[in-house]
Design a protein around this ligand. Structure first.
Ligand code: ADP
Length: 255
């Protein structure tokens, strides 16, 4: 019974990760689909059609970049390893770069030197891709994205504190309390509500602690609104060494 429970837990985790990768490539694919629709139906001039085609090509190369980077990180990800937090955060900025050009989102990054974590590289990347993606979604008129990573100690344990903050629309208390629920989304047509659900699983697996602070916009372009995700990841949150030990010794002789 324990074995079958372990297996279904694993399947649930794999399902969540698959869902969040799908979530990542959904936006560019939707853009391509919309551009093709425009090309087919709008009767646009051939110059405009060329422009749409170029945009579609750009979106598709983004999908390619996403899948390649995802594969690269996931290859490292079956086994936990020493992960450079700064490498992960930089790759997340590459992933979302196109979406921060217009409206302009200014990036303020502050990374301490050489901060490492023992964990699952692909999952950590996924986690921060979700947080940064949400921050961008929250700033439809542009704004500032703050990314910070520094060494930290909590209860005598060495770790890393990573902050992802935006000057976006913020959340009400009732929204904030539900963000980690599966399928909970306030993005009517574009949201899946799976990003933070998958992220929570990843945080759990790394024994992380999260603090979410948010202040909702009171009026249009309210500059005092926004959201801060502050995450503490212990350096040794993921156990070192194999979780299953094989031995050729006689099973009962050792007891
Ligand atoms: P999705 O992005 O598909 O909606 P998520 O699970 O990633 O799914 O997020 C759930 C909800 O949490 C979002 O729909 C949004 O309402 C809220 N949310 C998450 N991050 C932020 C943020 N940085 N600013 C404002 N709202 C946020």
């Amino acid at each position: 019974a324990e074995e079958s429970m372990r297996r279904s837990e694993k399947q649930a985790a794999a399902g969540r990760l698959a869902a969040s990768i799908a979530h990542e490539i959904n936006n560019p694919l939707e853009a391509v689909s919309n551009l093709l629709y425009l090309i087919r139906t709008s009767g646009a001039s051939s110059a405009l059609v060329m422009e749409y085609a170029a945009m579609a090509q750009q979106e598709l190369s983004r999908v390619g970049e996403i899948t390649q980077q995802t594969l690269r990180f996931y290859r490292q990800s079956n086994q936990p390893s020493d992960v450079s937090v700064v490498d992960v955060l930089r790759s997340v900025l590459v992933l979302h770069n196109a979406r921060m050009q217009s409206p302009k989102i200014e990036i303020h990054q502050r990374f301490a030197d050489n901060i490492m974590l023992f964990g699952f590289a692909g999952e950590l990347r996924q986690l921060f891709a979700n947080l940064v993606g949400n921050a961008i979604d929250a700033m439809p008129n542009g704004g500032s994205l703050y990314l910070r990573a520094r060494p930290a100690w909590v209860d005598g344990r060495r770790g890393v504190r990573i902050t992802v903050a935006d000057t976006g629309v913020g959340m009400s208390d009732t929204v904030r309390e539900r963000i980690f629920e599966p399928f909970f989304t306030t993005k009517e047509n574009t949201g899946t509500g799976l990003g933070l659900w998958a992220s929570e699983e990843i945080l759990d697996r790394h024994h992380a602690a999260v603090l979410v602070r948010s202040r909702r916009a009171r009026f249009e372009n309210d500059r005092s609104s926004g959201t801060v995700f502050s995450i503490y990841l212990p350096w040794d949150g993921v156990p070192r060494g194999p979780r299953i030990v094989h031995s050729a010794a006689h099973a009962l002789a050792d007891h």
